[in-house]
Design a protein around this ligand. Structure first.
Ligand code: URA
Length: 272
């Protein structure tokens, strides 16, 4: 059975077909113009993981005052930029660099092929991810998996999924919220080290938090302004698209997300 046939069969069996398929590079433009197929519509359910919005304004957040001393000054902390994978995982699992450590269940390090050509970066763990210690395991994760399948990719195979922060941000009502700037900054050295170890060919920033944190842009910049362009994170091409949790709520933007993924595929092809 061909890869293409296997993908279609897999999706049909899940009641998800038809799927966007990756064609040869010369036809990528056609794909961008093509009507949106069902792959980004299949998980059209309200996020069941309690997320309000991938980038909703945070409500007044009061942290729970558990007596943990924060490591914000990094006193005595080994140099994250020199860590290997095992050291990095250990450091993340016991991290106290920001307040999110006080309320997390599990840290969410990231998952995938440590030599992946494709790096997808989201915002931060939600409730499901916090429970399981894995990124994108809720409804948004299902959509992300389908986006990857449509690109001819698969979670864990030549792909790596990480987040801007490794612990779940919650508001006073224990609902998911986007990370605040200081939380994103505190966690960034871990992500930078992951990027340096992976050395991906392309980074896809999923949503505003990921895009703005990685590109160090003004918080007022909308995702719509960043799409359709090849940015750089250091030397690595970076494409910005909508967060899957947002796409679950905003059907009209799915075709734009597909155009972004097509641009990412073009960039990937041209780097080979
Ligand atoms: N949203 C994210 O940005 N990351 C996850 O891991 C899950 C949902």
């Amino acid at each position: 059975m061909s890869d293409q046939h296997r993908r279609t069969t897999f999706l049909n069996e899940m009641g998800l077909g038809p799927v966007w398929l990756q064609r040869e590079p010369a036809r990528v433009r056609e794909q961008i113009e093509a009507p949106v197929a069902n792959v980004l519509a299949v998980s059209d359910v309200a996020p069941a993981d309690g997320r309000v919005s991938a980038w909703a304004e945070p409500e007044n957040h009061q942290s729970v005052t558990t007596p943990i001393s924060l490591d914000t000054a990094n006193a005595g902390e080994p140099d994250i930029a020199r860590m290997d994978w095992d050291q990095l995982k250990t450091a993340v699992s016991s991290c106290t660099r920001c307040n999110l450590c006080r309320t997390r269940t599990k840290t969410v390090f990231g998952v995938g092929d440590q030599k992946a050509r494709w790096l997808f970066i989201g915002e931060g763990p939600g409730r499901n991810e916090d429970q399981q210690g894995l990124p994108f395991v809720g409804p948004a994760g299902k959509l992300l998996d389908n986006m990857m399948i449509a690109m001819g990719l698969k979670r864990g195979e030549n792909t790596y999924i990480a987040n801007i922060v490794k612990c779940r941000p919650t508001d006073v009502n224990k609902r998911d919220r986007p990370p605040e700037e200081d939380e994103a900054n505190a966690c960034m050295p871990y992500l930078q080290r992951q990027i340096a170890l992976i050395q991906p060919t392309v980074i896809i920033a999923l949503g505003k938090t990921a895009a703005l944190s990685l590109l160090k842009l003004d918080p007022s910049t909308p995702v719509s302004k960043l799409r359709g362009e090849v940015h750089r994170h250091g030397e690595i091409p970076l494409i910005v698209t909508y967060h899957p949790a947002y796409l679950l709520r905003s059907l009209k933007d799915k075709s734009k997300a597909w155009a972004d993924l097509c641009l990412a595929m073009q960039v990937h092809e041209s780097s080979n």
